[in-house]
Design a protein around this ligand. Structure first.
Ligand code: SAM
Ligand code: SF4
Length: 489
């Protein structure tokens, strides 16, 4: 479960007796890959007797799980380490030793430099070495600072322990599963191929086993994740190379799994069988994050995206033909080196043409060591203006998409209690948060919900029933829904 604390996002599972155990605080930055990695680190440390704490002040081990994708990531880590230095000093005055680790992509990129600049750090560990954490911690505590940023020959997934079912249950009814790591695409703006290394796919049988374990612990929705997830080509149990589509068909057969998603995809890797799966697999949600980055062919070429605006539009057309209910989201970069006003207008017009249900947009951020960092940069004020202009167009389309859901009946997977008594919050197929009046025993069920109202960041709906039966009047009513909505939910 992710919670916000003064120090940001961290994983926290309430598990196990705390008597003799040591406490770990993990703060994660960045994408879903890091959320998943933080959970795997917590599972590895749980096997060594660590329990998680929501506050760094009472931790014996503090890990910053860092992201290097955009600007000043390293600087943010150093300023966070400044705060942790005080925590460590206070603990020392109380006779307690606190071990401090930096993990993730900043650790991979900066390596020993982190310990040189911040000597309070005991441990620097790259994303491929998390299975070695217990050993690295023991070495750091015995012999002083250690750095492990190798790309080891062994596969970390073979060594990372599976969480106990109660830990999985505490994390909720949705889960991420990494199926692929690294990237061979080398977009000229992106640091991922350098920090996460070459593309590697996990064997299909291991992924199936992990999803079966999750389903047995009440998980209903699984999102397959990878830096370039649709390039997945893991070895199947039959010895053949399995595509992402083949893996999805297999996972759709796992009892208990009601929904599948995958992210993040590259347009070049949208294979025919994956497009067809969107039409054929009801378990595969009709919502696809398909980053395009720019609507200008000149910029796309300079980014080394290896597709044109037209290729992308044709792909969107094919996807919508396969699955008419499909909605899309995307990523955009504005102010890529030498981007002209005309290039930027091309991006805006692409957003208008596709009509995304949502999108992320970023100012280009030069990443040291990547080719684009050496090209002429667009002035900061221009980037700021373009970002604001693009975001308002994206917001307009997102609002229109949400409005188009009013009156529709959507399947909603109920995930957790809502903000008001008697209310539950779940997600539509399009990942919109939906609030509905329903008893808490319904968490984990997929309900048919009629969308009755729109809030600032969520939808409000009336539960009509599950697939096999309908709700009774006591379970939910339109009156209750309207009362809660009126109370300002
Ligand atoms: N693999 C995905 C793809 O092909 O689009 C993207 C993964 S990347 C972790 C997530 C997003 O961060 C990218 O889609 C891009 O929009 C953004 N991004 C990556 N490098 C960036 C940079 N140097 N400056 C600004 N945004 C960046
Ligand atoms: Fe980065 Fe995605 Fe390009 Fe790979 S495909 S280099 S992860 S933006």
């Amino acid at each position: 479960m992710l919670k916000d604390t003064p120090l940001g996002k961290h994983t926290q599972i309430d598990a196990g007796p705390e008597s003799s155990s040591r406490r770990v605080f993990i703060k994660s930055y960045g994408c879903q890959m890091n959320v998943y990695d933080a959970q795997r680190m917590a599972d590895t440390l749980a096997a060594e007797g660590f329990t998680e704490t929501p506050t760094p002040e009472d931790a014996d081990l503090i890990i910053l799980n860092t992201c290097h994708i955009r600007e000043k990531a390293a600087e943010k880590v150093y300023s966070e380490l400044g705060r942790i230095r005080q925590i460590k000093a206070r603990a020392k005055r109380d006779g307690r030793h606190v071990t401090v680790g930096v993990a993730g992509c900043v650790a991979q990129a900066e390596g020993a430099e982190i310990i040189r600049r911040a000597p309070l750090v005991d441990l620097v560990v790259g994303p491929q070495s998390y299975h070695r954490l217990p050993d690295l911690i023991a070495r750091a505590e015995k012999h002083g600072a250690v750095v492990d940023t190798e790309f080891p020959v062994e596969d970390k997934f073979d060594f990372l322990p599976a969480p106990a079912p109660e830990r999985t249950r505490a994390r909720g009814v949705t889960a991420f599963v990494t199926v692929q790591e690294g990237c061979d695409k080398f977009c000229t703006f992106c640091v991922v191929p350098y920090t996460r290394g070459a593309e590697v796919s996990r064997p299909a049988a291991r992924i199936v086993a992990e999803v079966e374990r999750l389903a047995a612990a009440s998980v209903r929705e699984v999102t397959l994740i990878g830096q370039n997830v649709n390039a997945y080509h893991g070895v199947g149990p039959d010895g053949a190379s399995w595509s992402l589509a083949r893996l999805l068909y297999r996972l759709a057969d796992v009892p208990g799994i009601a929904r599948l998603r995958y992210t993040t995809s590259h347009p070049r890797d949208m294979a025919d069988d994956l497009i067809a799966a969107h039409g054929e697999l009801p378990t595969l949600m009709p919502f696809l994050h398909l980053p395009v980055q720019s609507g200008s062919d000149r910029v796309l070429a300079a980014m080394n995206r290896r597709h044109t605006r037209d290729d992308y539009l044709r792909l969107v057309e094919r996807l919508k033909r396969a699955q008419p209910a499909l909605a899309l989201s995307s990523d955009f970069i504005v102010g890529f080196p030498a981007e002209t006003e005309e290039d930027f207008r091309g991006t805006v017009s692409l957003v208008e043409q596709v009509g995304y249900a949502g999108a992320f947009s970023f100012k280009y951020s030069p990443r040291p060591g990547t080719p684009a960092a050496a090209i002429d940069q667009v002035p900061e004020n221009v980037k700021v203006e373009r970002l604001a202009a693009l975001q308002s167009v994206i917001d307009k389309h997102q609002a229109a998409f949400n409005r188009s859901c009013l009156g529709r009946t959507l399947d909603v997977l109920l995930e957790k209690p809502g903000r008001h008594p008697g209310q539950l919050t779940g997600r539509s197929p399009y990942l919109q948060p939906v609030n509905v009046t329903a008893p808490s025993e319904r968490i984990g069920e997929v309900l048919s919900v009629q969308i009755a109202d729109l809030g600032a960041n969520s939808l409000f709906g009336v539960a009509l029933g599950t697939k096999d039966r309908h709700f009774s009047a006591e379970d939910c009513s339109l009156r209750e829904h309207l009362d809660i909505a009126a109370a300002g939910a």
